[in-house]
Design a protein around this ligand. Structure first.
Ligand code: NAP
Length: 265
């Protein structure tokens, strides 16, 4: 049995993780952290049967109290670096779904994990379909180097562009470079700044935030008289759970940083 503490336990993602952990016979939920509902039973807060575990608001104290083997973090871009530092300093393995960490921050956390001989796994997207979408985009890029990304999320998402779009753009850029192909020069003059979106690794990324969306992405490739669109839709947050559970079970297999669910597939 792997003991698991969920940070952000009453959030949209965290509450799904709590349910998925409870449902898995190889995992044991030992605690949940969030800023509100402190002292209330996790089950009552997220609308499942009583768990006997109360929500606490101090991650460091929760680690000492519950001694989890793995902490799963789905909190906020502003909190994640500090949260990860606290866990790794205490010698606790981490599975991070929270987005917003920079490459430099990931590297720092990887070094800390290695020094403490623990593991940190970070994935901008835990859905299997999204991992395949990125893989297919990487495959297409050498043949169709002209590409733009549209990512669409619910309007409560705090960061933009999404971690998945950044990861996809980086993969495409690497694949184009390896194949020694380049996109056509974009000669558009923006009459309004931002009209062509943000640029990630040389690829325009457009972020849509609207109620009704969960997590969606389209990778648009343009060729001579043809278009290829690779599209992925997460319609329910349950779509991320098989990936999260897999990561909890595999995270301790490698000391240091592992970045991206594809490493576990
Ligand atoms: P959410 O519903 O707003 O939940 C955030 C949770 O974090 C809440 O429980 C909140 O507590 C808690 N929290 C905030 N600051 C905290 C802190 N300093 N310490 C401990 N807990 C804290 O957000 P969400 O939609 O679940 O998304 C969470 C993160 O996951 C975002 O970064 C999002 O982009 C990312 N995400 C990743 C994936 C993936 O596959 N990797 C998929 C979807 C979302 P209170 O409610 O008490 O304030």
């Amino acid at each position: 049995m792997i003991s698991v503490l969920v940070n952000g336990a009453d959030g949209r993602m965290g509450s799904e993780v709590v349910k998925a952990v409870i449902a898995d016979p190889e995992l044991r939920l030992v605690g949940g952290v969030s800023l509100s509902h402190v002292g209330e039973d996790i089950g009552t807060v997220i609308g499942i049967p009583y768990t006997g575990l109360c929500i606490v608001d101090d991650l460091k104290k929760a680690l000492q109290l519950y001694q989890p083997q793995v902490v799963v973090d789905f909190t906020t871009p502003a909190a994640i670096y500090k949260n990860a530092e606290i866990c790794l300093q205490q010698g606790v393995n981490m599975v991070v779904g929270t987005t917003g960490l920079t490459a430099a921050q990931r590297e720092q956390l990887g070094k800390l994990a290695t020094a403490k001989e623990v593991s940190i796994f970070i994935a901008p997207n835990f859905s299997i379909g999204a991992v395949l979408m990125m893989r297919f985009a990487k495959e297409a890029a050498p043949y169709l180097p002209d590409v733009e990304i549209i990512e669409l999320h619910h309007n409560n998402k705090l960061d933009a562009p999404s971690g998945t779009s950044i990861m996809t753009a980086n993969y495409i850029a690497e694949a184009r470079q390896a194949a020694k192909v380049e996109a056509a020069v974009d000669r558009t003059q923006e009459s309004l700044a931002g009209a062509r979106g943000a640029t990630v690794a040389g690829i325009p990324v457009h972020s849509v935030r609207l109620p009704g969306y969960v997590a969606h992405q389209q990778v648009l490739f343009g060729g001579y008289g043809e278009l290829l669109t690779i599209r992925h839709d997460s319609l329910d947050r349950k779509s991320f759970m098989p990936g999260v559970i897999l990561a909890i079970k595999k995270v301790q297999t490698k000391i240091g940083l592992t970045f991206g669910l594809e490493h576990y597939l």
